[in-house]
Design a protein around this ligand. Structure first.
Ligand code: F6R
Length: 359
């Protein structure tokens, strides 16, 4: 039930701190060690490459998961769209391990890949929000997201839950391999910090609503830009914005703009920069300057320690590997308010279904 909330999407955005705390409870013990089925950990350690297969928002979460998994486990990770992978399967490594990400567990594009892999006898794990769903039953292993039912078509809490559970899985494998970067990573603590920071951002929703009025109320298009994980967040932020507000929004790797996309910048085009990565912050700021000098209306979302006073939204610092869990929150609220202000149905965008059961 959505209770006092006007829309499920807002309720589900608000639930994310609770979901983070539930994931800590379900997947870590009192001293912060991870609790993941040993059989899954062993299978992953025995593999030489992890293939993440998913669609839409789950696919976007997969890219953030890749960064976490590679850092913690030292196993190379590839991320693929189900609808492409099934018909144009890449050359597989000798010992592949497959991770399916699916909120609903019913996505047909992902299922047809799993059916093929099962015929080949290859090992698979599904991360899903729905116990007993098709992708859960047909994979060798399942990890539940524990996000609670997601009703709004635009996925929000499933995205952050997928990233958090992938972080737990990455740490479980990394710890088991005795990798220093993993052993040093106090994930349970960092996720509890994340939950608190999510709350502070959600509390600022009315100022986000005002910024949306200023930047996005009449525009036909908008761009999100970032590098590394900020690029992955830009992809998800733009999907959220376009699917419910119908603003033509695209996420781009900030450094790639000058290789073509910058031609689209006109007087007043909103460009939303995401800056949470110390290594690339200066470069992304350079790219923002380039678009500003061509008329862009820049909107910067930055991490406290990397922020400038002129930035529109400043997010408290969190562990560098987990910044997408907090930088995505304002972008969900941006999509929500842009849709409200334009007068569309937030929970039921045109042409879309919650679970996509055709290929
Ligand atoms: C976007 C959205 C879709 C789904 C995609 C995959 O907000 O909801 O892009 O993420 O259809 O769905 P699942 O995760 O159920 O496989």
């Amino acid at each position: 039930e959505k209770g006092t909330y006007p829309y499920y999407m807002l309720k589900e955005i608000d639930e994310q701190p609770t979901v983070m705390r539930r994931i800590i409870q379900e997947y870590t013990d009192a001293i912060g060690d991870t609790m993941i089925d040993e059989k899954i950990v062993k299978k992953i350690i025995a593999s030489d490459r992890i293939y993440v297969v998913a669609c839409g928002t789950s696919y976007n979460a997969g890219w953030v998961g890749k960064a976490l998994l590679e850092k913690m486990t030292n196993i190379p990770v590839e991320v693929h769209l189900s609808s492409e992978f099934g018909y144009n399967m890449p050359l597989l490594s000798e010992k592949p391990f497959f991770i399916f990400l699916s909120q609903s567990g019913e996505t047909a594009d992902s299922r047809q890949v799993l059916v093929q892999l099962n015929e080949l006898g290859l090992p698979s794990l599904t991360l899903t929000n729905v116990a007993g769903s098709t992708l859960s039953r047909e994979a060798d292993y399942t990890l539940l997201l524990h996000a609670g039912p997601e009703i709004a078509v635009a996925s929000t809490k499933a995205y952050t839950a997928q990233i958090a559970v992938l972080a737990v899985l990455a740490k479980a494998v990394g710890d088991s391999k005795k990798n220093q970067s993993s052993l040093k990573f106090d994930l349970a603590h960092e996720l509890s910090v994340i939950a608190a920071v999510m709350e502070t951002i959600i509390d600022e929703k009315m100022s986000i609503s005002q910024l949306v009025e200023e930047y996005l109320s009449t525009t036909r298009n908008a761009f999100y830009i970032g590098r590394g994980v900020d690029y992955f967040v830009s992809m998800e932020a733009s999907l959220k914005l376009k699917e419910i507000s119908y603003i033509q929004a695209e996420g781009f790797a900030a450094g790639e703009l000058k290789h073509g996309t910058i031609a689209l910048i006109e007087e007043g085009t909103p460009v939303l920069g995401v800056i949470t990565d110390r290594k690339t912050a200066a470069h992304t700021r350079g790219n923002l300057k380039e678009v500003e000098s061509r008329g862009a209306h820049n909107f910067v979302i930055s991490l406290g320690s990397l922020s400038k006073e002129t930035d529109q939204l400043i997010i408290p610092d969190v562990h560098p590997l987990l910044t997408p869990l907090v930088s995505i929150i304002p972008t969900q609220l941006i999509a929500y308010f842009a849709t409200l202000q334009r007068g569309y149905d937030v929970d039921k965008p045109r042409n879309l279904a919650k679970s996509v059961t055709v290929e």
